[in-house]
Design a protein around this ligand. Sequence first.
Ligand code: NAD
Length: 433
Amino acid sequence: MADNVEACGLEEAGTAACDEGKLLDAAYMHFREAVAHLDLEPGMAELLWRGSRSYVVDFPVRMDDGSIRVFSGYRVQHSTHRGPAKGGIRFHPSVDLDEIKALAALMTWKCAVMNIPFGGAKGGVQCNPPELSLSELERITRRFTWEIAGFIGPDRDIPAPDMFTNAQTMAWIMDTYSILAGYTVSGVVTGKPVEVGGSLGREAATAQGCVYAIREAAQYLDLDLRGATVAVQGFGNVGWHVARILSELGCFVVAISDVFGGVHNDKGLAVRRDVKAHCDATGSVVNAPGTEAISNAELLELDVDILVPAAIEGQITRDNAHRVKAKIVAEGANGPTTPSADAILAERGIFVVPDILANGGGVTVSYFEWVQNTQKLFWLEEDINSRLDAIMTRAFHDVLRISDREKVNMRTAAYILAVERVAMAARMRGIFP
Ligand code: NAD
């Protein structure tokens, strides 16, 4: 591996210093692993890894009590080799440049795995949404949009929702950008409300895509989804819809959690009737009727067929990976498994559907939304879901083929496929000047 990696321009030194708990370092380790299986020309790996643009802004916002607070915002474009940069904007206290860079690189590989014509980007504002009012969130969003308006655009870089941002946030971004442009620019963001150019099916797209990937994995492993047991960590956009769709398909969703804790019922939770209704009423799944309490740590180690980490990164680590009992781990979240946990899961024969494949449904329907905006037309929800199914299924089997051929796990296979596709585009476009 070292020869290959050094020959194409990556430093060998990085690994020892890598802190795998850090998303950027973990992304780098996965990337290096893939490069070791590819025959890239000198300099290509470094070009693919480092070729990013970062935009960092500190901006003031007037709070409801009249005070002024300064927030830090980031937008990173990791690659535009295969098309405009594409990636979400998150509002979270942990947001910093390293995290956003890692997530932008993940988007590059994700779009390439899904084979959609986008590069990768990511953005975020360091803030704690539960402590902010709706009008404060609107002012943060609009001012951040104004700050990055010259950097984004429908043919340049197209944001979407991520942690603690949603369709409303995207409508504010679209509106602010459109005011600056002087006309409505629907294609500047995806994940908008349907009323202002959003796509049908976008709300549940990440989860729907994840379920298509789970279906293919189950078929490959000869596991019947009807009656399969499932645990879902995180009950936001991804977790809620994954739990809902899987229970509609006949799975027993036995545990669900959020940042406050989790709920458990061996016989299967009534996802919509009990857990979602309770969460809507109280803001958390904790204490939903007909459930017992369970911690996030316990949920990850339950004896279930399918585990879907759909909350945040760094949840399955070298400390708990040997206690994970699921047959399939489908990564709804970005980066929930650290590289050494990955190795432990692989050794124990646990089939991991990696984030850049498992949660690629969101960006795929974002691509559909952008196509509809660009062409000023609307597709029906059935069209969206059948096109999504086709793309997810093809991507899953593209990755599985490489995994079989190279005798590597699904994550390394997905990275090999992605890095090869981006390298091909970079090679064809050449180096300017
Ligand atoms: P969200 O904000 O809607 O929900 C996040 C959920 O995770 C909430 O239930 C929250 O309580 C829970 N959570 C937060 N911190 C936690 C912790 N420490 N322990 C347990 N639970 C915790 O976010 P989302 O849109 O559902 O995104 C979840 C993950 O999926 C993120 O990693 C995101 O990057 C990834 N993702 C989202 C999309 C999308 O379309 N929304 C697409 C691709 C990837």
